[in-house]
Design a protein around this ligand. Structure first.
Ligand SMILES: *Cc1c(COP(=O)(O)O)cnc(C)c1O
Length: 396
């Protein structure tokens, strides 16, 4: 069977091999500790679930308008007003089937063949493929742990060509947890403004920030770019609602209108019941978020401390999200059973085989010296997992 050229252009995920093997080991009764989770280990809060049950009972089970229901758009408008000081009209807001789908729609309505999209690395795994699926070209700007994993305004400027159409900013970041400073964001916004580059700001980890740091979005910091910027957000991470599939965007009416058109011919609308639940998530009590943040801080601090005690490993303390992105390159070159560990994939395989610990290799995020360890698992599992990592590395 001959499949489309489009499918051939995107790579199978390098994380797949490790996670498939981890699942296989678990199914054989081997207790694998997984640091691979890309979602909170908490349950969706009960007040949110109750609203979904209520929606089902009331028969709110039909198609909704393609861009989402007005009541949820209003809740989103209030969220932007209260949290970000940004005033959007309802025609500037769309609800999609998860923030990944929001990004997919944005790429479909904005990019043409030949367009370049600047993506700082380490990046969230889906950005390059979403850009590629829209026929555009991802332009990767490397950042290092030494510079705190944030793209400098200078490096941004250097990556710009006449073909540059957009830049994707993700702060706090998956996989690094890095938070861009206000200064840095303002400089990036200024350059984007001068060069008429669209800013796509993925703010899905906005509420998962630690140590009293405050979130500042690039558009709130420089409202001049509001007409050339789209904010992406969603309920998946903040409210432990990954399975509900609700993401949203705010931006210029032309972009939002075009996204609505695409959506009307693809998914029709986001799930009706999940939309009702999302209203409660955004407008109801927020204490579950604080509980989650408090727990995440404890786990993060423990893991960062323990990892930094290991020879050959160095780990920055992330300011947001729920991932650590430790540098393991000090381990590279070491051997076991006649095999040498020389990259993040081989390191992940080693950890799985010899420590029964699953981690996502950094190469999936465009950074091969690193692995991603989630802290969305219980403290007990974290302690056991770190112990296993140490013991396995001691055998090298
Ligand atoms: C999880 C994640 C998303 C997508 O979340 P959805 O579940 O699709 O809403 C988008 N961006 C980043 C950086 C993420 O980590």
């Amino acid at each position: 069977m001959k499949l489309s050229d489009r499918v051939g252009k995107i790579k199978p995920s390098p994380t797949l091999a490790v996670s498939a093997k981890a699942k296989e080991m678990a199914s054989q009764g081997i207790d694998v500790i997984s640091f691979g989770a890309g979602e909170p280990d908490f349950d969706t809060p009960n007040n949110i679930r109750d609203k979904a049950v209520e929606a089902i009972r009331e028969g709110f089970t039909r198609y909704t308008p393609p861009g989402g229901i007005v009541e949820l758009k209003e809740a989103i408008r209030n969220k932007f007003l209260n949290d970000n000081g940004l005033n959007y009209d309802l025609s500037q807001i769309i609800i999609n089937c998860g923030a990944k789908h929001t990004l997919y729609n944005i790429a479909q309505v904005l990019f043409n063949s030949g367009d370049e999209v600047i993506i700082p690395a380490p990046y969230w795994v889906s950005y390059p493929d979403i850009v590629t699926l829209a026929d555009a070209k991802p332009v990767i700007v490397e950042t290092s742990d030494k510079q705190g994993f944030v793209m400098s305004p200078d490096d941004f400027k250097k990556a710009i060509t006449p073909k540059t159409k957009a830049v994707i900013i993700n702060s706090p970041s998956n996989p690094t947890g890095a938070l861009y400073s206000e200064e840095n964001l303002i400089s990036i916004a200024r350059i984007a403004h001068e060069q008429e580059i669209i800013v796509i700001s993925d703010e899905i980890y906005e509420k998962l920030i630690y140590d009293g740091k405050k979130f500042a979005g690039i558009i709130s910091l420089m409202p001049e770019i509001k007409d050339q910027a789209v904010i992406v957000n969603g309920v998946s991470k903040t409210y432990a609602m990954t399975g509900w599939r609700i993401g949203y965007a705010a931006g210029p009416p032309e972009i939002i209108g075009a996204m609505t058109k695409i959506q009307s011919q693809s998914t029709s609308n986001p799930n009706s019941i999940a939309q009702k639940a999302a209203i409660e998530a955004l407008s109801g009590p927020q204490d579950s978020v604080n509980t989650m943040v408090k727990e995440f801080v404890k786990r993060r601090d423990y893991m960062v401390n323990e990892l930094n005690k290991i020879d050959g490993v160095s780990c920055l303390k992330p300011e947001g999200a729920f991932y650590l992105f430790p540098n393991f390159s000090g381990i590279y070159g070491k051997s076991y059973q006649e095999k040498t560990i020389s990259n993040s994939l081989e390191l992940s395989e080693f950890l799985l085989d010899n420590a029964r610990v699953a981690a996502v290799p950094g190469v999936a995020f465009g950074a091969d010296d690193f692995i991603r360890l989630s802290f969305a698992l219980s403290m007990q599992n974290i302690q056991e997992g770190i112990k296993r990592i140490k013991e396995a590395l001691d055998t090298l």
